[in-house]
Structures are given as C-alpha cells and as structure tokens.
Design a protein. Structure first.
Length: 737
C-alpha cells in the first residue's frame, strides 16, 4: 500500500522517518498516528493523545517529534519524555533506540540504575531524547540547579507517558511543579504532549497537563472498539462441620470456614484453563500473588512439566521482575505471570492470550488498563474474573447475604462495557508536596525570597489553590522544624534539618516509603519485605512464587537470609484496596433492582447473584435505606467511599458509632427509627463546617511531610482531599425523605 496515496499525515513526516516506516513493513498508520502527526509538527500546541493499549500512542507522538528534530540538522534539539516507572523507561529506550539508530539522535535513559557516564553524556551535550522519572528530574533540579537553563535551553517538547497515573497524586503535583519550573528557567512555554489509554475526564486531564489555559489543550481520542469475551466465575467458601465435645458426653457441630479450599479450586481452574498459553493473572495483593504463583508452580511440579507460572510485584527485586518480563516476551514458550498492578501500565510484554482477575479489580479504569494487554492485532480480548463469596446462614452479615463482591464485579463490567471510567481526584491541596518543592526550589536557586517562592509555585504555578495566608503558615511550620531559615537579606535558606533532608536520596520522592527487610538467598537479593510484618528465624515463607526457610535475620542491616524449603506461607504485606466511586455503587443498586441476568456469569456465579438479589428484595432495600441486623443498623447511601467516609465522620461527631463497611454504613447499638431521627436532627442543625469536621478525625497523617504541618493546616488538607460534605448531606437528605 502506498502510504503517500492513502495518508496525508505520512507525507508530512521527514523522509528518514518515512523510510523507517517502510522498513518496518507498515501498510498504514494507526488512527492515533494519523490524528497526531499534523498538530505535533506544528510545534506549538499542548496535546493529549488518548488511545487504547498497544494502539501506537508512542509512535503517534515520536514520529512527528523526531521529524521536527530533524528539520534543523545537524543541530538537534532535545525532548523530555517523562514516565512513571523505571521499567517503562527501559522498555521505551529499546523502542526509541531502534527508531533513532540511523538518525544521529541520542536516546538517554536516566534513573538510578543508569551509569553516571551515560547521564553525563546528555548533561554535557543536551540533545536528543531524555527518558526520565519525576524523581530523577527532581534530582537534576536539586543537584544541578544552576545548569537547568543550559540543559533545557533547546527543549522542543515534553512528553508525559501514562498521564492518567499522575493526575490527582502527590507525584503528579510534583511533576506539574517541575515542568513549570523548567519553563520559568528557559523563559518560554514548551509544548506538552500527554499519552494515556484510560482518560475518563478530558477536562481534568487538560487542566493537569496545562493548569493555565487548559482550554487550549488539544484532545485527540482514537476511536476503536474491541471484541470482548468474558466470564465471571463464582466460588463459595464452604464450611466444615467439626464435632466439639460437651461436658455431659454429648457434642455439638461447629462450622469453620475453609477459604483455602476455594483458593485451591480457583488455582485448579487457572491451571487447567491457562496452561499452554501466555496470560496475566491480576491477584490484587502481593500476598495473593505469592499464594497463587506458588499453587500454580506446585501443580507444574506435581505433573512433572516445565513451570509456566511466574510472580511479579513491587517487593520483588528488579532482577526477578525483569526475568519474568523477559520470559513472557519470549513467545517460543507459554508463560503466565501472576501480578499486582506492576504490569498494569504500558511495559511492552507483547500480546497475551487472556487476562484473569482474582477478586474485584481496584477500579474500572484499572480493569480497562489491564484488559488492554489482551486481544491485540484484531483478536478479541479475553477476561476471566474469579469471585469468592462466603457461605451464608441466618447469622451472616448483610454484605455476605447481598453477595456484594460479585455484584460489584458485575457493576464494574457493565460500566466498562459502557465506556465509563472513574474521573481522577483533583481536589487536594498537596501541602506535603509543596513543602518538598519549597526545599527543592531553595536548593536549585541557592536561596529564594518568600515572595519569589510564592509567585513561582502558587501564583503562576500548580499550587494555585493555596492562598497567601496558608503559604505563610506553611513557611512558619517549616521554620519551626528547622527546615528553613531566613537570612538578614530576606532569603530563605535550608535549616540544618532541611539540609539533612535535601541531601538524602529519599528527598526526591514525594510519597512515603517505609523501611523494608532485604531478602537474600545464596547471596542473591530476591526483593524486600515491609518491616511492619517481620518474620522469625526458622519460619517458612513463600516469596517470588517459591518456598523458603528463614536462616537469619539481621535487624541492624535489615537483611533476612533464606534457604530453599518445601513448605511455606505467603508473607503479609501492608496495603489497602481502591476507593469505590459513586457510579459503581449506583450501578450495583440498579443491578439489584433489575430482573435480567448477565450472560457472562457461570452457573455458580448466577446462583450467587440471584441469591444476593433475592436477599435485596427480602430486606426491601429498593424502598428502605435503613435496616437492622443483630446490634447493627445498616445505612444504605448507595454512594462512593468518599461520600460514605464523610457520612461516617458526621455520624461519629454526632455521638454515634459508625463505620464504612463498603456497601453500607453500619451504626452500632441503635434502632432504625432512632437512627433516622438522629439523621434528621443532624441535617437540621447548624451548617457543617468542613475544618471542624476534619478536626474530629484523629489520624490525618497520610503523606510524607504531613507530620510537619500545624494542626489547622492538616485539617485544611484533609478537608480538601478526603471530605465530600455536599455529597454526604445530599445522601442523608435522600434517606430522610
């Protein structure tokens, strides 16, 4: 096919790029590439390219970018490509180097594993493409601040990969600040290009990419539908009746749950279904990854066949993760990786046959990202979801009787099919990150006045929701903790504590990182284990999908020595699940009320779903929002976790004992009538003050520099990031009518 005759965008590209496309054997350009080439070549627009996984987004950005760089040969300008993960940088480096190999354009990966000599090569002659994480970019500002104008003088474009992963996060606010500081240093605006497969709210994404003049950001969304084959398989945690003797010689039967039995059944299904093909199994938690990787590997050993199952999560060493990635890229043999979200982002592992999801996915957006790994090159995507529910009795919780996990999984699938994704959170003040950026700015400039810092970071920068009074309070907090001092000429400088913080490598990250033990076997590092969950000498654990015995624990150096063993249990890891959005719970409510049965449920899942729907009707939940069960009242708001968490704080402040149990809010030791009256009184009382409500919450420290904040600033931060007072009051009002 003649590209020139069929693609106007192809004709716009540099001849060297056109030749490269021909050499790859491409017969046409992808939709995202057709849309992006012209606008990017114009060289003056901020652009977001939204397209599915493996749809050619990287080439959509870099084919025209490199064409632009080649316009001024032999003078080559630079491009900054920012990625959330080192592994993504390594992956993109291979692809970029292949593209640029014969064009005299250097591609430089920059992170902690890259040698100083390679970094120096770009630093001395800043030309070509620099692949970097926000943390490494921060390190450049801190350590080479005076060189920033020179290094980025000829910067032509800034590309932000996996844009959605930054929005609403501390890392995202750090990145926004660093990009703004680059433009201030070079005294010009630099076009920004965002790439993502899962953007649900383009307005929020545009505001993130360019906080000022976000309305001018060009959004390019490649259409394209994908055939989806899916099934939800249901399992019930059965109970074993155990005879317990009584004093008179008689006995009673007591039921004890046997969740391991269902885990084994799921492992059997995974083994039988996936063996012989390449797949990804998302197990949600690191402990579950270890459990299922070990169970599947054991089945291979029992059948005396080569192992096809590998573990992959953030606590494993880089070498073990890369070993698994290399194995699945090798299409000469089948490989299935059991993983957490570590393989959710766009590391190119090639197409896999199917995706398996054990338990509820963290979000619809996450499910979309995971599903993009399957069904490439015109093949249908295949998704299997495995849901475990508890066996019920008259004493079972309402959650179990409603089959909440199963119904939530169905609701998320329906929203996915309807192309709905969670919008990113965008309300936090990010005061913790502002502390870090003030210290970084002082390091870059060697000292700065308070008014200059305010103008750069807040007035014209990404912390625009911080007023001057809050900024001054924050500076005072930093002074009280000796993070900064003010010289006689008004310059803000690092205090002794500030110098110590900034000079430590951990300063570059804005998120909290806990101490962990390093796991070592025969001199090889396997990964790390959080010290909140230490193990004892002689104990057995599963790690990396293999079984080990603990030989020695070195508390001083945080090292655990292991040796191979036949037994073991998965180690415990800390972590929490995803925040459920309003739409997910509202879709669940619709599922309970409807009469149809989703066609993608297997027989057991269908049985469990009908049971949950029948119990919904039995409790008259279509018309009632408050029911009692034992000593608990269940308050059904049919709202997301942010609203329900706010309701819980309101109720607790009003003297009640409330908790967010997910599907509903539970309130102890109160009748439905009394609870309804309490809610009416709450609504009719004086207006709710958000700061006063936040003040009633005991533990608000969740970010790295929160311990440095005065209580009123911490209340302000919590109110902005965690509370939805309007949503909570609306939910309570609906309940009372």
């Amino acid at each position: 096919m003649d590209q020139g005759e069929n693609s106007a965008s192809f004709d716009l590209l540099n001849v060297k790029i056109q030749k490269w496309i021909w050499q790859q054997g491409w017969t046409d350009l992808r939709e995202a590439q057709e849309l992006a080439i012209g606008p990017i070549l114009s060289g003056d627009e901020d652009i977001i390219i939204s397209s599915g996984t493996a749809s050619g987004k990287t080439e959509a950005a870099f084919l025209p970018i490199i064409s632009k760089l080649l316009e001024n040969e032999p003078v080559i300008n630079s491009v900054l490509h920012i990625s959330p993960l080192r592994a993504l940088i390594n992956d993109q480096f291979s692809r970029m180097e292949l593209l640029c190999r014969n064009m005299d354009i250097q591609v430089v990966p920059w992170h902690g594993d890259i040698s100083t000599s390679k970094k120096r090569k770009f630093f001395d002659n800043p030309r070509g493409i620099l692949l970097i994480t926000p943390e490494s970019l921060e390190a450049i500002f801190v350590n080479y601040g005076s060189n920033i104008p020179r290094v980025f003088k000829k910067l032509s474009y800034i590309v932000v990969d996996e844009l959605h992963s930054f929005i609403g996060t501390e890392r995202g606010r750090q990145l926004q600040s660093l990009l703004h500081r680059i433009e201030i240093s070079v005294n010009r605006r630099i076009p920004r290009i965002g790439l993502s497969a899962t953007i649900s709210d383009m307005q929020i994404a545009s505001f993130f990419l360019r906080p000022v003049n976000s309305s001018n950001v060009l959004s390019l969304t490649a259409s394209g539908s994908q055939e989806l084959k899916l099934i939800i398989k249901g399992y019930m945690d059965s109970a074993l009746e155990i005879a317990l003797p009584l004093k008179d010689g008689d006995f009673i039967l007591q039921k004890e749950s046997l969740p391991k039995r269902e885990a084994e059944e799921i492992a059997d299904s995974l083994f039988q279904t996936l063996r012989g093909t390449s797949n990804l199994i998302f197990a949600n938690s690191r402990a579950n990854v270890e459990k299922y990787a070990d169970a599947l590997r054991t089945r291979c050993e029992e059948m005396r066949v080569p192992n096809e199952f590998w573990a992959h999560h953030g606590s494993l060493s880089k070498e073990l993760r890369e070993e698994a990635e290399k194995a699945i890229k090798d299409k000469s043999r089948p490989v299935t990786i059991v993983c957490t979200s570590t393989l959710e982002l766009g590391i190119d592992i090639g197409a896999v046959t199917s995706i398996a999801q054990v338990g509820i996915p963290p979000s619809v957006s996450s499910l979309r990202q995971r599903l993009g790994r399957s069904g490439r090159r015109g093949e249908p995507a295949i998704l299997r979801i495995y849901i475990r529910e508890n066996e019920t009795s008259i004493k079972s919780t309402i959650e179990d009787q409603l089959r909440v996990e199963l119904v939530q999984a169905i609701a998320m699938i329906r929203l996915l099919i309807n192309n709905w994704l969670e919008p990113p959170s965008n309300g936090s003040l990010h005061l913790s990150t502002l502390v870090q950026q003030i210290l970084s700015l002082i390091a870059q400039c060697g000292g700065i006045t308070a008014s200059q810092a305010w103008r750069i970071l807040c007035e014209t920068g990404p912390f625009g929701n911080i007023d001057t009074n809050t900024f001054i309070k924050l500076l005072r907090c930093m002074g009280q903790h000796d993070l900064l001092i003010q010289a006689s000429d008004g310059l803000l400088l690092h205090g002794k504590a500030g110098e110590k913080i900034v000079n430590h490598f951990s300063f570059y990250t804005v998120f909290m990182t806990g101490q962990e033990y390093r796991l070592v076997a025969e001199g090889k590092t396997l990964g790390t284990l959080p010290i909140e969950r230490p193990v004892s000498e002689g104990s057995l654990i599963i790690f990396g999908g293999r079984r080990w015995r603990v030989l020695n624990i070195d508390d001083q150096h945080k090292i655990i020595e292991l040796t191979a063993a036949k037994g073991g249990i998965p180690p415990s890891f800390t972590g929490v699940g995803g925040i459920v959005h309003d739409y997910v719970r509202q879709e669940m409510y619709s599922m309970y009320r409807e009469t149809g049965i989703p066609a993608f449920l297997d027989a057991k899942a269908k049985e469990l779903f009908l049971e949950g729907r029948e119990n919904f009707k039995r409790y008259h939940l279509e018309n009632r929002n408050i029911i009692s069960h034992g000593n608990l009242c269940y308050l059904f708001c049919w709202a997301g976790d942010r609203v329900q968490d706010t309701v819980v704080i309101l109720l607790n402040k009003f003297g009640l004992k409330a908790e967010n149990s997910g599907i509903a809010i539970t309130v102890s030791d109160i009748s439905p009538a009394e609870l309804k009256n309490k809610i009416k009184n709450l609504i009719s009382s004086s207006p709710v003050n958000g700061l006063e409500l936040a003040r009633s919450v005991k533990n608000k420290i969740s970010e790295k520099y929160h311990p440095l904040l005065a209580s009123d600033l911490l209340d302000y931060e919590y109110c902005s990031a965690r509370l939805d007072i309007v949503g909570a009051l609306n939910a309570l009002s609906r309940i009372c009518h």
